[in-house]
Design a binder for this molecule. Sequence first.
Ligand code: AQP
Length: 324
Amino acid sequence: MKRSLSGIQPSGVLHIGNYFGAIKQFVELQDEYEGFYFLANYHALTSSPKGEDLKNNTINVILDYLALGLDPEKSTLFLQSDVPEHTELSWILSNVTPMGLLERAHSYKDKTAKGIKPNVGLFTYPVLMASDILIYSPDIVPVGKDQKQHVEITRDIAIKFNETYGKEVFKLPKEKIVENVATVPGTDGDKMSKSYGNVINMFGSKKQLKKQIMNIVTDSTPLEEPKNPDNNITKLYSLFATEEEVNALKEKFLAGNFGYGHAKTELFDKFMDYFAPFQKKREELLQNMDYVNEILKKGALKAREIATKKVDEVRDAVGIMKKS
Ligand code: AQP
């Protein structure tokens, strides 16, 4: 069976960009691929969270994974930090990674351009990501478009390592991106991102979710006038609605006498219908944390078995001896 691997940082509360760009794919691939899906809690440290927040976010993300349909009988779910070989490999890989490769990373440049003060961890983020991936030799890495370049960097690092040590230690992975949800826009029209304050979450109080949807930025076209139907509300609505429903919404915008507020209410109703079953499941899981913790323990054991073998191979190739 081919293998799929991906991860999400518990760097905040997950949003519909994380769901449509990544988690929905993980769920859909479960029968076809042997899945490994982890919580990148070491990556989340790059945004310098408070310890308590990181712990809470980590619990929230595993609950989200399970509520949204990841099945621990089919996929291996685990914490990055429970497999310390990821960080060991990251150090080894950083020695075959040219500085220029990381300097060209869009995600790093986008974050610093938004005023985020970079630390060394943020700069070397793609090296840790390369080790997360290469350690499991996956065939595919399902991600949103913003992570495409990081998977390309992973391939570059793998090629460099294999060439340097004259062995095919690493298999070259391929990103898997679903085109129509490759970049889900945020409420301000930019890429939806936990760190940009422009998200619509999946879970939370009805009031909070409604507020996020009502915050979608629109222009000031008066209520009675026709509006550009390809606006941000329509883009988000199309994530939940059928083609016919999207066309009906566009017609209302073109006809006039249909305000952005009306459209947002329609979007909110669709959103609630879509996520209601997941919200119910999440509440049930919250009552059963022993079960959730057991899944992570089992997942870590299985992942670690694979990771230690790969890291032994790497140590041997680079000449790091093991005496104990
Ligand atoms: N807006 C998006 N559209 C489509 N896919 C998205 N993803 C994130 N935002 C969108 C995908 O979600 C997965 C998990 O991402 P991550 O948390 O590991 O890192 P990220 O891509 O940096 O996500 P955020 O929300 O933007 O987090 P912060 O703000 O903490 O950096 C990835 O597959 C990603 O492509």
